[in-house]
Design a protein around this ligand. Structure first.
Ligand code: DGL
Length: 269
């Protein structure tokens, strides 16, 4: 019975393709696991939506993944992790893992001067969830939070290395540079793709923290602890989107670091 459960896939959910950065980290850390990814491309972005809507969409995605018999669910979307997970935790029959706690832990460990910047979507930053998670780990840390709503469309357009992007980076991050943060949490699935212009503007001594690697590490720990690590089998992968599979395939390769195979369009979740 447990062997059967162990070899079920890990479910990964994001509002769109950004969660592929988390899928990539999970694949690197857990090469033998089967993965089922769901990107809600019909309704992305979540970052400017209300909590009520984000909770509803997240429930629908969880039901969709549960139909695929996943053994656990990773909410790779920072916005859904920040706004929906607190409302949903404890109500799902499989383990649920978000990206906020892993990111907060990585930032609290990385900071030397106890000045941490956090950037994310408007919904994530307004929720204050990152600030509370970091300060719960170390109340001595001062957190400077900044919404960067234009970063997601810039990344989706493939504008990682344009003059316009550098200007937007400067406009958003100027208060954090002035505050001399020594650590900066990339609190959105898309932002690792802007790491180069962000690092260039903030300076080489600022530590960028991205929750994907820490989340994959915590997932490995959780599966080991619950005796749920896959015992055998080929590492199957299926990617579902709710719309526009061709665009997901084209752009997603940059997030995943390789071509996407086996993509399917799901009906409304
Ligand atoms: N996946 C979202 C996040 O990490 C970014 C895109 C969106 O706004 O839906 O916050």
């Amino acid at each position: 019975m447990n062997d059967e459960l162990k070899n079920k896939p890990i479910g990964i959910f994001d509002s769109g393709l950004g969660g592929l950065t988390v899928a990539r980290a999970i694949r690197a850390r857990l090469p033998h696991e089967a993965l089922v990814y769901f990107g809600d491309t019909a309704r992305v972005p979540y970052g400017a939506k209300s909590q009520e809507t984000i909770v509803r969409f997240t429930w629908e995605a969880i039901h969709f993944l549960r139909q695929h018999e996943v053994k656990c669910i990773v909410v790779a979307c920072n916005t859904a992790s920040a706004l929906a997970l607190p409302a949903i935790a404890g109500q799902v029959a499989v383990p649920l893992l978000g990206v906020i706690e892993p990111g907060a832990r990585a930032a609290a460990q990385a900071t030397r001067g106890k000045k941490v910047g956090v950037i994310g979507t408007t919904a994530t930053i307004t929720s204050d969830v990152y600030t509370r998670a970091i300060r719960a780990l170390d109340p001595g840390i001062t957190v400077y939070a900044q919404p960067c709503p234009l970063f997601v469309p810039l990344v989706e357009e493939g504008w990682d290395d344009r003059a316009a992007t550098r200007l937007v980076v400067e406009e958003y991050l100027q208060p954090l540079r002035t505050a001399r943060v020594d650590t900066l949490v990339l609190g959105c699935t898309h932002y690792p793709l802007l790491a180069a212009p962000i690092q260039a503007y903030m300076g080489a001594d600022v530590q960028l923290v991205d929750s994907a690697t820490t989340c994959a590490e915590e997932l490995a720990g959780l599966l080991a602890q619950q005796n749920l690590l896959a015992s055998a089998g080929a590492p199957d992968e299926t990617f579902f989107v709710s719309d526009a599979a061709a665009r997901f395939t084209e752009l997603g390769a940059r997030f995943l670091g390789r071509r996407i195979q086996a993509i399917k369009v799901a009906g409304a979740p």
